[in-house]
Write a protein that binds this ligand. Structure first.
Ligand code: ZN
Length: 413
């Protein structure tokens, strides 16, 4: 079942001709609604079919384009129903009238959202009115889910459109108490993976690993030749490279988060991360855990300046919990890179899944109360440490933006 949501967007100020068309159509829509309403009251019915049959032709004759007539009838039906409802409950109910401020009802055939513009049918085939919308950046990819009847209305000199959304119930980026929570998964193959409402941020793992391996093989060669001075120089060089990389990645993560409302970046707690890094040589684990700490430090100070909160969560089970149904088992993780839920069949990239789960745990903490948003060592303790299923709708929690974990991986850095 898709979830229904509504969004109201402002139109960019329309030019004189479009304004005139909008005002004229709104007036015709009002007149059409009034015709339907009069018929409903006259016949003492709120049956859509009866009102439609009785009035459609005369509404059409007003000059209202056909795509708008059905909605005028619907509007009349609604007004009639609420009027009869009021009378039934013996409340005062004056004769209802259609008013211009109710705007223009847009049936699904009357409009289409194309990019960030509203395309209205004019009743003439192939002739449209284009109305660009003011769409916040973080709203853009939600417009693909616009489905159903909409409404255009005017307040003062400005026009607005109310659009219905049918959001798919796929695992999502979590929202604590109105925060946008973005989980960051740290790894050796990919330094950082972060699912965010508009896609996936990845610190390009291949290039990083390639450079690291280059350093490692050089180091081995110098060690074989007992060139300890060179080994030391190597280590310094690798650290400087890593530091530079961490500056870029942390900048990327903070800039990304800052694009969203009430942003929170969530990381796994770094205590014991060295032991959690699997399948890697001891030296690589040391370098990696140092690199993660440095990355977290850089993120912390950049985030503070940018007004982005940072939260650290218990990482237990974040790599093997299903973000859709919450089932947690090692068997979900088929390979290093792939996640496949044995319970519900949800599939995704393992790093993206971990990122979603970290966000899920963090969102849970945010709902519980004010979290510490401090340093890695002072991170809040998290009880069960299990990510709540991300598709679940909890009290006061808005879940938004769909995830198609593997289809929209984008590289950053
Ligand atoms: Zn599942």
């Amino acid at each position: 079942m898709p979830r229904a949501e509504t969004v109201v967007l402002k139109l960019r100020p329309p030019g004189r001709a479009k304004r005139a068309w909008l005002d004229r159509t709104a007036e015709l829509f009002r007149q059409g609604t009034q015709l339907g309403l009069d018929a409903a009251l006259g016949m003492a019915t709120s049956s859509r079919a009866k009102i439609h049959t009785a009035t459609y032709a005369s509404i059409r004759a007003l000059g209202l384009p056909s795509d708008y007539c059905r909605m005028a009838v619907n509007q009349a039906v609604q007004l009639a129903r609420s009027h009869f409802g009021l009378r039934k409950s013996k409340q005062q109910a004056g004769k209802p009238t259609a008013v211009r401020s109710q705007g223009i009802g847009l049936g699904t055939n009357a409009y289409k959202v194309v990019g960030t513009a509203l395309r209205l049918s004019t009743g003439v085939q192939g002739v449209y009115i284009w109305l660009p919308l003011c769409v916040p950046q973080h709203w853009r990819d939600r417009l693909q889910y616009v489905r159903g009847d909409a409404r255009l209305f005017r307040r003062g000199d400005e026009w607005f459109v109310m659009l219905p959304l049918k959001m798919p119930n796929t695992p999502t980026v979590r929202d604590g108490n109105g925060e946008t929570v973005i989980g960051v998964d740290l790894g050796i193959v990919r330094l950082a993976t972060a699912k965010h409402p508009n896609g996936v941020f990845i610190a390009n793992g291949k290039a990083i690993r390639h450079t690291r391996e280059g350093y490692a093989s050089l180091r081995r060669r110098y060690q074989r030749h007992r060139r300890l001075d060179r080994v030391r120089a190597m280590k310094g060089k690798e650290r400087r490279w890593m530091t530079d990389l961490n500056h870029k990645v942390s900048r990327g993560l903070v800039d990304l988060a800052a694009r969203y409302p009430n942003p929170v970046l969530a990381f796994e707690k770094l205590d014991g991360i060295r032991d959690r890094i699997r399948g890697s040589k001891r030296f690589n684990r040391m370098v990696a855990s140092w690199a993660f700490r440095q990355l977290a430090d850089f993120v912390l100070y950049k985030a503070e300046r940018a007004g982005v909160r940072v939260i650290f969560v218990d990482p237990r089970k974040t790599s093997r919990t299903c973000p859709k149904c919450g089932h947690a088992t090692r068997a979900n993780r088929t390979t290093q890179a792939d996640f496949r839920c044995v319970a519900c069949g949800y599939q995704g990239n393992a790093d993206v899944v971990a990122s979603l789960n970290i966000a899920g745990v963090a969102a849970g903490l945010l709902r519980q109360g004010p979290p510490d948003t401090a340093r890695p060592s002072a991170a809040p303790r998290c009880g069960a440490g299990q990510a709540a299923p991300a598709g679940e709708r909890l009290d006061g929690v808005k879940v938004w933006a769909s995830v198609h974990a593997d289809s929209n991986l984008e590289s950053s850095v």
